[in-house]
Design a protein around this ligand. Structure first.
Ligand SMILES: *Cc1c(COP(=O)(O)O)cnc(C)c1O
Length: 235
């Protein structure tokens, strides 16, 4: 039986090895523990092991978990990484520290309008459909340069970078290609004057490829927490 502590250590070791391989400082890559469909108690245990940033996909599940863990605030940082509908933006603007899944200007405008003034600006990544899959959400690469400056100009948001969920590929070299494409897109935006510092890419199965290509934040669920429950119908 593998414990959460052992799994967390194993992921940290994989990250450190990938950084060493790429000649990058270990501190250059942050671990976001994806706690979707995991109980609040698992977050509590991970926090006790020193893990403080958590990613959630489903707004209502996340709000319930935050309520159950309210005593841990402000030690915990919450990131929304799942799709966001406009009727949920207010709850998200009030409760989260980061949103990685912004793929429309209208959603960004609502988040900025609804971000409470007593909180710091909401950290944002634009989600890019980097592999061009019809089934995936996200901006097409060609749309990103148009929308990014408008999002960056919104007063209550801080545009931090890009996020992608590349198609599942096998082998390090194959996996590196879409991650490289996301990094090159981010480099372009930075040359145009946006100061983006976050590349949100890499999951349980491809974090080495993502780190080799410049990821600054890997979103890891299964490898940290073990298998998760099936998503509920309708979410
Ligand atoms: C579920 C999820 C992850 C984590 O996936 P694992 O394969 O369990 O590591 C990362 N990013 C997003 C957007 C997800 O939905």
């Amino acid at each position: 039986m593998t414990t959460l502590q052992e799994r967390l250590r194993a992921v940290q070791t994989r990250m450190a090895q990938a950084c060493a391989q790429a000649g990058r400082a270990p501190a250059a890559v942050q671990l976001l523990a994806v706690s979707k469909l995991q109980p609040a108690q698992a977050v509590r245990e991970a926090l006790a092991q020193g893990q403080s940033a958590f990613g959630e996909n489903y707004v209502q599940e996340a709000l319930d978990k935050m309520a159950a863990l309210a005593d841990l605030r402000p030690a915990v940082e919450w990131h929304l990484i799942g799709p966001l509908q406009s009727n949920k933006t207010r709850a998200v603007a009030e409760a989260f520290d980061w949103v990685h899944s912004v793929d429309r200007l209208k959603i960004a405008q609502r988040l900025s309008d609804q971000r409470p003034t007593h909180l710091p600006a909401l950290n944002i990544c634009l989600q890019v459909n980097i592999s061009g899959e019809a089934s995936k959400s996200g901006l097409l690469p060609a749309e990103v340069a148009e929308i990014a400056p408008a999002v960056a100009a919104l007063p209550r948001l801080r545009l931090r970078g890009l996020m992608a969920i590349p198609e599942a590929l096998h082998g390090l070299e194959a996996q590196r290609a879409p991650h490289r494409a996301l990094r090159l897109l981010q480099d372009d935006l930075n040359r145009q004057g946006l100061a983006l510092d976050t590349l949100s890419m890499g999951m349980s199965d491809d974090l080495e490829a993502a780190i080799a290509e410049g990821s600054t934040l890997v979103r890891v669920g299964t490898a940290v927490f073990g298998p998760r429950a099936a998503p509920m119908a309708g979410v």
